[in-house]
Design a protein. Structure first.
Length: 254
């Protein structure tokens, strides 16, 4: 049964691999046998992820990409395909957040969130997808959020982009079948640099523990199973789906 989730001989391009959820995802996919191409802007941190993978006997390479730089995305995807001959899996994990009331938010700030959390994923999926379609194989996994289901004050750009990413995932599924699947994961709250202000907020912590059936924050390792399902052949008949991994946050009324 372990073979069902095997990533052996798979080449994975993973954005946001430098820290947080992406770093754990990179280690998970490498441990399952994949060669992980660690993408992001901060090369030093990406190298640290790649070294951690190598220390465990896995295969990794650093690919500097700013997903908001279209020319760079195109260039790097072409370079990866030249070097590795293929990209089997794209994990669109990179993301940012800003926290500001709508009435105080400059348009450029909102635009930046959409650029990084939605347009960048579109460009990555288009450039990698073209190549997957030609090869007749591919898995695209977009990392959305429970903020694709709920709204929340002060994070309008993030909420709008994450809702959009669920829609984009459905459209990728519609256009990229039958050999390329596209799915999303919508994680609940998982401690990373992205949500330090919430981790430090006692009222938020109490609310989260009470509202989740799991009574706790998520951990990066909570995403390992869902990620492998959607990245491997185990999820071959799933496409256009958003898998919510939130300890019950959006399914129970507590
Ligand atoms: N943590 C949570 O509770 C949670 C919940 C739901 C969804 N998510 C989603 O999960 C993903 C990862 O979040 P995280 O919590 O791990 O955040 P994080 O610790 O802040 O990491 C974000 C990653 O995205 C990369 N990144 C940001 N802008 C980029 C750009 N323009 N080009 C390339 N890479 C870029 C960052 O690397 P560089 O800055 O070096 O480029 C970093 O590796 C995000 O999409 C986030 O929205 C997180």
């Amino acid at each position: 049964m372990a073979d069902l989730f095997s990533m052996k001989n798979r080449v994975v391009l993973l954005t946001g691999a430098s820290r947080g959820l992406g770093r754990d995802m990179a280690l998970t996919l490498a441990a399952a046998g994949a060669t992980v191409l660690c993408a992001g802007r901060t090369v030093k941190e990406l190298e640290s992820t790649a070294r951690a993978i190598a220390r465990k006997g896995g295969k990794a390479q650093v690919v500097p990409i700013d997903i908001t730089d279209e020319a760079q995305v195109r260039e790097q995807v072409e370079a990866v395909v030249r070097r590795h001959r293929r990209i089997d899996v794209l994990v669109n994990n990179a993301g940012i957040i800003y926290r500001e009331a709508i009435v105080d938010t400059p348009t450029d700030t909102f635009r930046k969130a959409i650029e990084t959390d939605l347009t960048g994923q579109f460009v990555m999926a288009r450039e990698v997808g073209r190549h997957m379609l030609a090869r007749k194989y591919g898995r695209i996994v977009n990392i959305s959020s429970v903020m694709a289901i709920l709204g929340r004050a002060s994070v309008a750009g993030y909420v709008a982009a994450k809702h959009g990413l669920v829609g984009l995932t459905k459209n990728l599924a519609a256009e990229f079948g039958p050999h390329v699947t596209a799915n999303a994961i919508a994680p609940g709250y998982i401690r990373t640099e992205l949500n330090v202000p919430l981790q430090q907020n006692a009222a938020f912590n109490a609310m989260l523990e009470q509202r989740t059936a799991a009574h706790r924050w998520g951990k990066p390792e909570d995403l390992r199973g869902p990620l492998l399902l959607l990245s491997s052949d185990a999820g071959a008949y799933m496409t256009g789906h958003t898998l919510v991994v939130d300890g019950g946050l959006t399914t129970i009324l507590a």
